[in-house]
Design a protein around this ligand. Sequence first.
Ligand code: DUC
Ligand code: ZN
Ligand code: ZN
Length: 468
Amino acid sequence: MFDLVIRNGTIVTAADVTRCDVGIRDGRIVMLGEALPKGKTEVDATGQYVMPGGIDSHVHLSQPSGDGIVMADDFESGTRSALFGGNTTVLPFCLQQKGQSLREALTAYHALAEGRCLTDVSFHLIVTDPTPNVLGQEIPALVEDGYTSLKVFMTYEGLRLRDDQILATLDAARTSGALVMVHCENEDAIRFLIGKHEQAGDLAPKGHASSRPVAAEREATHRALSLAEIVGVPIVIVHVSNREAMEEIDRARKRGALVVGETCPQYLMLTAEDLDGDGWEGAKFVCSPPPRDPESQAACWQGLEQGIFDLFSSDHCPFKFDDPEGKLNERGKKSFRWIPNGIPGVETRLPILFSEGVIKGRIDLSRFVALTSTNHAKLYGLYPRKGTIAVGSDADLALWNPALKRTITNEDLHHGADYTPYEGLEVTGWPETVILRGQVVIDRGKLVAAPGSGSYLRRQRSNLTKAV
Ligand code: DUC
Ligand code: ZN
Ligand code: ZN
């Protein structure tokens, strides 16, 4: 009757913590109950938490990142790393190059993913060139085809949209039911401050943090929220790093706006001081928005505990450190301005939140599952197929040993970067066995799946855009 039965585990969902067996057939959960009949294969989960596989809805893989710079992960290494960290689905970004149609961007990106993935994947679209054709024709057609989320940038010359372009993109999203994610930092303010740093010869990595202050993030967050209110559309504020941006989200919600907030491990675990390491070591921590200070870390924890944040994502955006195509490229060795922005984290996201959040008593098990899996599935149109343990859902599961102590070290990780920003961090709890659509893909720490075992997921509209 069952291809696989998982016995004796503690089942954790965003709603409940219960003891029962999980019966799986044809890749899906078909029964939850006590003393299920024998399956063709059995997994004993005594002492383990059985959780929905992690969904990381914010990762960058094989993304073009500027002249001579190469991202450290492709779809194979990035999804392998994700799997070892307890994830069964990741949502990377497909970047539209200026002059390119969204369809062309997707064709190229699908070709990079085809046959290489070890988790299931689905793409968000980054809109950099919102032409009338993109807005009027492509976005509506692509939403129908299951590409139901877009990201826009307010920073980076070459990527940023002007306010009129953001308004037009939000409006296209409103009429088609796409969900828009926004990177909120004020580009003009940042360029002004970079200029000041350059005049002063202040070019070391720590200048990255001081040229992207909280006020630049707060202002852009306020503006993005206002533009969304004007159009009358929900939005996602991604990678929020500090209290002031959180307060903007809170205020917008109190005015009745539909807003989702996301934060990431770097805003809990790192500070701007990390960018001020010996020599150019600080380049390892250059990401945007930059890590802030201990007060901001505490604020982000509060946001996870109290609900300003519904999403905890990695923003995995890996570059090698000691490499001419990475952080220490020819120009990056001389000025923070040319250090590629982003840090690896897809494999450590879940263990860090479990250890620092659940084990230390800041959040409970169900909140952990909501923040790392269920909310991502609901928001990005994958629920209830993904993100929960229920009859009819895909059998995407992570079996956690909550007592396993590990010290995070790059040697043990599977990403393509040559460092982890969390080197030496001690964590308690790790997902030892991972199951993707009913197949054991990590068996007690050993990879037993091949590239290509992950599938591309066409998505429904978000629960949020359906609500308006
Ligand atoms: N924004 C991201 O979302 N990821 C990495 C770099 C950036 O600016
Ligand atoms: Zn961003
Ligand atoms: Zn990102």
